[in-house]
Each structure stands twice: as structure tokens, then as C-alpha cells.
Design a protein around this ligand. Structure first.
Ligand SMILES: Cc1cc2nc3c(=O)[nH]c(=O)nc-3n(C[C@H](O)[C@H](O)[C@H](O)COP(=O)(O)O)c2cc1C
Length: 171
């Protein structure tokens, strides 16, 4: 059965290490007949959550009209969600954290999703997975399927590229 796959890429570097793995995952998922889409957050001019709590209504709408709502709608419908980040100071990017904050309208309405985490590091994840897993933990009945970590140049690691392609294919 075809699945809906949403990939959130939070590096500022299009075609960089984590973004390259995102593309492999999407390629694999599409090759297997799934409906897969990557959102490259750097391309979206969005602002922080203003903590106005206006989204905590049945409509679950943020007052900020900046393209994030489309992503959240897709995430609600998704079977599979991938969060990808380069590791900055042993943490996720500020961009991904700001995106997670903007998920406030829907974070506890995400239900029965499979999750994959992609990180790119110079040397080590440190605690970077903790914050991502905490966010995933706010959803209902989440399943963490796999974590892929690339050290150094992703494009020079064909085995890893294939592993991530296969994960997308078999997701
Ligand atoms: C601001 C900043 C902080 C970083 N902090 C870490 C770190 O704590 N640990 C690490 O292993 N690499 C760190 N790096 C290196 C990146 O994680 C690494 O270059 C990664 O491959 C970049 O991924 P990308 O190509 O997907 O953007 C940092 C890079 C930047 C720009």
C-alpha cells in the first residue's frame, strides 16, 4: 500500500550531507510507489512561535501565514515522517527547533507515525538525538524506525546512500 512520506530537511546547505540523505530517502520511497515530499526549511521564510495560544482551537491554525501550515497539514496525513539535521553544538539546528515550536498547533495530534532521524556530523551526535526524540515523544503512538548518521561527505559514502535509499524504499 502506498504511504505518505514527509521529510523535513533543516540544514542551510542544499545538497549538503543531511540533505543528500533526505533526497536518497525520498528517491527510495518514490521508487517504491509512495507519495514522498521533502521540505527544505531554509527555503521557507518563517518566524518563531509567538506563544499566543491562538492555535489551540479546533481549527489548529497559526495566525502566521508563511507556508508552515501546508507542512503541518501534510504531517498530519503522513504515515512516515523524517526529521533531518546537521548537528550543531551537539544539538539540532536552530531552524529545526524553530520548526518544532511552530508545530504547536498539531504536535499532539500526530498519531501512529513511523519516524526516521537523519543527522550529519563532523565527528559526533553528542546529545543531538535527545531533543528530536523528545519532540517525537509528544506525538501519539510513535514508532522510531531508524537513525542514520553521516560523518563527513555523504556523497562519498555509497553504502550509506544505498542504506538510506533502501530505508525509503521499504518504509
Ligand atoms: C554552527 C556549527 C556547529 C557545529 N557543531 C558540531 C558539533 O557539535 N558536532 C559535530 O560533530 N559537528 C558539528 N558541526 C559540523 C556539522 O555538523 C557537519 O559539518 C555536518 O556534516 C553538516 O551537515 P550538512 O551538510 O547537512 O549541513 C557544526 C557545524 C556548524 C556550522
Amino acid at each position: 500500500m502506498s504511504k505518505k512520506v514527509v521529510v523535513i530537511s533543516s540544514s542551510p546547505r542544499a545538497g549538503g550531507n543531511s540533505d543528500t540523505l533526505c533526497d536518497e530517502f525520498v528517491k527510495g520511497a518514490i521508487e517504491a510507489g509512495n507519495d514522498a515530499k521533502k521540505y527544505f526549511l531554509e527555503d521557507i521564510d518563517f518566524d518563531s512561535c509567538k506563544a499566543c495560544y491562538k492555535c489551540k482551537t479546533p481549527e489548529m491554525k497559526c495566525f502566521q501565514d508563511d507556508g508552515i501550515e501546508e507542512i503541518l497539514d501534510d504531517m498530519l496525513k503522513a504515515d512516515v515522517i523524517v526529521y533531518a539535521t546537521p548537528v550543531y553544538y551537539y544539538s539540532m539546528t536552530g531552524t529545526l527547533k524553530m520548526f518544532f515550536d511552530r508545530c504547536y498547533p498539531i504536535f499532539n495530534h500526530l498519531e501512529d507515525k513511523d519516524y526516521y532521524i537523519i543527522t550529519a556530523v563532523g565527528s559526533s551526535n553528542g546529545d543531538a538525538l535527545t531533543g528530536i526524540r523528545s519532540f517525537i515523544g509528544f506525538s501519539k503512538n510513535p514508532t522510531e524506525k531508524a537513525v542514520f548518521t553521516v560523518v563527513g561527505d555523504a556523497k562519498a559514502q555509497p553504502d550509506l546512500l544505498k542504506e538510506v535509499f533502501d530505508a525509503g524504499f521499504n518504509c
